[in-house]
Design a protein around this ligand. Structure first.
Ligand code: UD1
Length: 356
């Protein structure tokens, strides 16, 4: 059996690493080829994740880099096609919803190579989000769709995806978190940044709807106000850093830092009082860890994180940041259970299906 895994961005690596490990163990005589598209390329956005997650060095680096959506997607397709012709895989595995995901799925499907999609079926029902278009395209082209929550099943049925293609396996991102838990619990990132455990708000923001327009300046102002009540730690994504530099905004009281490696990031997440984010994956990681999460978006493709009791959708409204201290004061103590099958075994279930 020949399997080819396509990764391109930081979250792709987190979702795919345990699947590669499970399938390498299950099918040791198979070919397991890793393609890195190079959509993310900075050391702190890519290499450090490969190292910390124990992903073997990619067999093919496409080095597509940054660009417009069409440029990035087209470059992945142009550069992946000859790799697929050389590798002749039986299955192409793609994770998540980034441009590399949709581009790889389309390239493989056109060569009649079956596509397997990790984290299928999520929908925000907001087609202004580039990721939503990537999800719809990838799911339509996939032969195997691995889902992590029941609503994904409903979404895929509504789009006419045959039931026999859909497999509820659990959450591979949580597999990685579970596997790394002893290491990130010992990492002590909060102490290195000089903040006390359980005392601070961790912030991540990178979506174009928030950071590429006028909302960013207002968000920074509201965060500075929040920092007068609670320390605010903010590892800054490159897209956001570029926009903040162009704004030349003041950010008094905010603890800004470079993007963090995964162990340090999870260490901070686990030790935070709350998280403010527009990320998808962080809504899931906080749900598993039982950390209150405030999502600065109009919608979420991960409603299970809201019903689980950890995630609050603030809307795409920086003024809502002001509500965080009172919302935290009113929270009931106790850690809700994570959703079923978010148990560290999702990749093993995928390996069972692929190797059957
Ligand atoms: C991409 C995904 C998004 C995902 C996010 C995770 C798409 C459409 N977007 O967004 O869904 O949540 O990754 O981080 O696929 N840059 C660097 N160094 C890097 C990578 C990017 O400096 O290693 C800068 C460049 O200026 C680039 C910008 O960040 O233009 C945006 O990068 P891009 O990959 O287009 O999108 P992300 O915002 O990272």
């Amino acid at each position: 059996m020949r399997i080819l895994y396509v990764v391109g961005t930081r979250p792709n690596l987190v979702k795919t690493a345990p699947v590669i490990a499970a399938l390498r163990a299950r099918v040791p005589a198979g070919r397991h080829a890793i393609v890195h598209t190079g959509q993310h390329y900075d050391r702190l956005m890519s290499e450090i994740f490969l190292e910390q997650l124990g992903v073997p060095a990619p067999d093919h680096m496409l080095e597509v880099g940054s660009g417009s959506h069409a440029q990035q997607t087209a470059r992945v397709m142009e550069r992946l096609e000859p790799v697929l012709e050389e590798e002749r895989p039986d299955l192409v595995m793609v994770p998540g919803d980034v441009n590399s995901t949709a581009a790889a799925a389309l390239t493989a499907a056109k060569l009649q190579i079956p596509v397997a999609h990790i984290e299928a079926g999520l929908r925000s029902f907001d087609r202004t989000m580039p990721e939503e278009l990537n999800r719809i395209v990838t799911d339509q082209l996939s032969a195997q769709l691995y889902i992590h929550s029941p609503e994904a099943n409903d979404n895929l049925h509504a789009e006419g995806v045959p039931a026999e293609r859909i497999h509820l396996v659990g959450n591979t991102m949580i597999d990685t978190l579970v596997a790394l838990e002893p290491r990130f619990r010992a990492a002590g990132a909060a102490a290195r940044l000089g903040v006390a455990r359980g005392s601070f708000v961790l912030v991540t923001l990178h979506r174009p709807a928030l950071v590429d327009g006028p909302l960013l300046a207002e968000t920074i102002g509201r965060l500075a106000a929040l920092a007068r009540e609670l320390p605010v730690v903010f590892p800054v994504h490159p897209r956001t850093r570029a926009m903040m530099e162009s704004l030349d905004a003041e950010h008094p009281g905010l603890l800004l830092c470079e993007p963090l490696g995964y162990l340090d990031f999870l260490s901070l997440l686990a030790d935070s009082a709350a998280v403010l984010t527009d990320s998808g994956g962080i809504q899931e990681e906080t749900t598993y860890l039982g950390i209150p999460c405030f999502t600065l978006r109009a919608n979420t493709e991960r409603p299970i994180t809201i019903t689980a009791g950890t995630n609050t959708l603030l809307g795409l409204d920086p003024a809502a940041i002001d509500r965080i201290p009172s919302a935290l004061a009113q929270r009931r103590p106790g850690k809700p259970d994570p959703p079923p099958l978010w148990d560290g075994q999702a990749s093993q279930r995928i390996a069972d299906i692929v190797a059957a």
